[in-house]
Design a protein around this ligand. Structure first.
Ligand code: AQP
Length: 332
């Protein structure tokens, strides 16, 4: 079976709808057809300042949400990144093969560091894409299910895989991005020109999955639209309405064209009300399942320990091969 690898950072207490629709939903589907590795990316989370107790809590909550969303530990390998030391070890090798100039071209770093200011920006935030490359290559992943914001990092991953293979002999699978067009970028509800993001300026624009479902439904109902009245998908002219249609379509599985017909002659309020209902219907059982995992920490630990064991088996094989190829002598 082809392999997939992906991760999510435990940088907040709850995933948002963008994380779910852009990435996690695909993870759930791909565990049926692929040999799937999914991780809570805690090494990535510390690229920005974290409170230790909060990070610990958020890592558990992230794992519970992934299970609540439908990951099945018998069908996929779910683990915490820091439990597999090979990530950091291969990350170092990758960073030594990457040009400073090419790393400097990563737009996500430019955006995030501009927001933080250079004194507060860590070197880890700069090298984060290189650790991400190691994450992917360690598992010989064929595909990486992510949102559109990760495309540039995946292109760099492909370049590095080819570079290593050319210099040292075929070692790595060259991975393909797996980006589902319809949900590749979910936008902020209050500012539909920018992506829904944990670090958004207004919490009103983000739908978090673990917060009170009524409050989230209210946010969906007060999403920014436009002064027109027609419910039609048009990203350019109607970004707010298009975003709501994308979300509604993804949650219900009904194609956008069918929704346009369904809402013909109706007002924006109808779309928002139906969307809020569909969201509540989906999120309520998700929250219940997530809570059940959080109430059984022993079971959560067992799942994560089993996942780390499986992940290490694969990762250590790749790392040993890499160490040999670059010329390190084996430890006796
Ligand atoms: N708005 C989005 N639409 C579609 N996909 C999205 N992803 C994130 N935002 C959207 C995808 O979610 C996965 C996990 O991402 P992450 O753990 O790296 O989280 P993030 O990108 O840090 O999340 P935010 O909210 O975007 O945080 P900040 O504040 O850092 O900007 C990835 O596959 C990502 O593509």
């Amino acid at each position: 079976r082809p392999r997939v690898l992906s991760g999510i950072q435990p940088t907040s207490g709850s995933f948002h709808l963008g994380n779910y629709l852009g990435a996690v939903r695909q993870w759930v589907a791909l565990q049926e057809s692929h040999d799937a590795y999914y991780m809570v990316a805690d090494l990535h989370a510390i690229t920005v300042e974290q409170d230790p107790a909060t990070l610990r809590e958020n890592s558990r909550v992230s794992a519970a949400q992934l299970l609540g969303a439908g990951l099945d530990p018998d069908r996929c390998t779910l683990f915490v990144q820091s439990h597999v030391p090979e990530h950091a070890q291969l990350g170092w090798v990758v960073s030594c093969l990457t040009g400073f100039g090419e790393a400097s071209r990563m737009t996500q770093f430019k955006d995030k560091s501009a927001k933080q200011g250079s004194e507060r920006t860590s070197v880890g935030l700069f090298t984060y894409p290189l650790l991400q490359i190691a994450d992917i290559l360690l598992y010989q992943a064929n595909a990486v299910p992510v949102g559109e914001d990760q495309r540039q990092h995946l292109e760099l991953t492909r370049d590095l895989a080819v570079r290593f293979n050319t210099r040292f002999g075929k070692t790595f699978t060259v991975p393909e991005p797996y980006i589902v067009k319809e949900t590749a970028k979910i936008f902020d509800l209050q500012d539909p020109e920018i992506k829904m993001s944990k670090s958004a300026s207004s919490p009103k624009g983000i739908v978090t999955l673990l917060d009170d479902a009524k409050a989230s439904a209210k946010k969906l109902k007060s999403a920014v639209t436009d002064t027109d009245t027609v419910i039609r998908y048009d990203e350019e002219k109607k970004p707010g309405v298009s975003n709501l249609l994308s979300i509604y379509s993804a949650i219900t599985g009904r194609p956008v064209s069918e929704l346009e017909q369904h809402f013909e002659g109706k007002m924006y309020g109808a779309l928002k009300t139906e969307l809020a209902e569909a969201f509540t219907e989906w999120v309520t059982p998700f929250q219940q399942r997530t809570r059940a995992y959080l109430e059984d920490p022993a079971e959560l630990d067992r799942v994560l320990a089993k996942g780390a064991g499986k992940a290490r088996e694969t990762a250590s094989g790749t790392l040993a091969d890499v160490y040999d190829r670059v010329g390190f002598i084996p430890a006796k």
